[in-house]
Design a binder for this molecule. Structure first.
Ligand SMILES: [Zn+2]
Ligand SMILES: [Zn+2]
Length: 259
């Protein structure tokens, strides 16, 4: 069963009186560490009770715009609220309302795995990535059709899927225009030929935040890979080995923290 079906199943039936704190559960990745899971009762009518699940997390990196998190939120299955007092002040609560049963460890793990699917690399995926060059990785993420890509590797399916979602979203913003030089090389031929580039190489950083991705024309992209300039984040410019600097013309999404 999918996590959606599981959650809907937990919303059926009648809520009983109980309050639970799950213990001995750990979940830790680049985005969160798990602090606590609670299930508490609340009366919705004088006769009907429902449960609220709270997954209290220490937010290390923004996960609210990850596609699967946004999806669950849009479906009305969960909300995110800051914890404003108590021992976990400053943490965040992923809350699910209208539940009829207490959660078990399995469903919480499944929910969190779903939220971070494709964002956190498994050891197997890391192993595959370590054998690929940055150019191969980017070709894999930029390819239109995954089955046609000779670089397609089964183990990287989820990572590619997520990267591609982010990249496609960014490409839509710039409509074929290169963020670095401002040119739109394919425009007069009715095609977009821009590519996504990971500023901190993905092979090293595994960072697929949109603020680490820039949309480039093939010329600028080739130049960046050939020269491997350092990136001056505050200046939004690339500094080349010979001292020359190239400022990004359209910094666009690089300022924001969303995806
Ligand atoms: Zn360019
Ligand atoms: Zn690149």
């Amino acid at each position: 069963m999918s996590i959606i079906e599981d959650l809907i199943e937990y919303k059926k039936g009648i809520a009983g009186h109980s309050w639970k704190k799950l213990k001995g559960f750990s979940y830790n990745n680049d985005y969160i560490s798990l602090v606590r899971i609670d299930s508490s009762n609340r009366w919705v009518t004088p006769t009907e009770m429902e449960k609220q699940w709270s997954i209290i997390v220490d937010k290390k990196k923004d996960f609210t715009s990850l596609p699967n998190f946004s999806f669950l939120k849009e479906q009305g299955l969960l909300t995110l609220t800051p914890v404003s007092n108590g021992a976990n002040k400053g943490c965040f609560g992923i809350r699910l309302y209208g539940m009829k049963k207490d959660p078990d460890e399995g469903i919480i793990k499944k929910l969190l795995d779903f939220i971070f699917e494709g964002c956190v690399l498994t050891l197997e995926e890391q192993e595959i990535l370590s054998k690929m060059t940055e150019e191969e990785i980017e070709a894999l993420f930029n390819a239109e059709d995954e089955t046609a890509s000779f670089l397609y590797r089964e183990g990287l399916r989820k990572v590619r899927k997520l990267n591609k979602q982010i990249i496609d979203h960014l490409k839509k913003i710039y409509k074929g225009e290169c963020q670095l030089c401002g040119q739109n090389l394919g425009e007069q031929y009715g095609k977009e030929i821009v590519q996504a580039h990971h500023i901190e190489y993905f092979s090293k950083s595994q960072n697929n935040d949109s603020t680490n991705i820039i949309i480039l024309c093939p010329n600028c992209h080739a130049l960046i890979h050939k020269c491997n300039p350092s990136y001056e984040k505050d200046m939004f410019s690339f500094k080349f080995g010979n001292g020359n600097k190239l400022k990004i013309k359209n910094i666009g999404h690089l300022i924001g923290n969303g995806r």
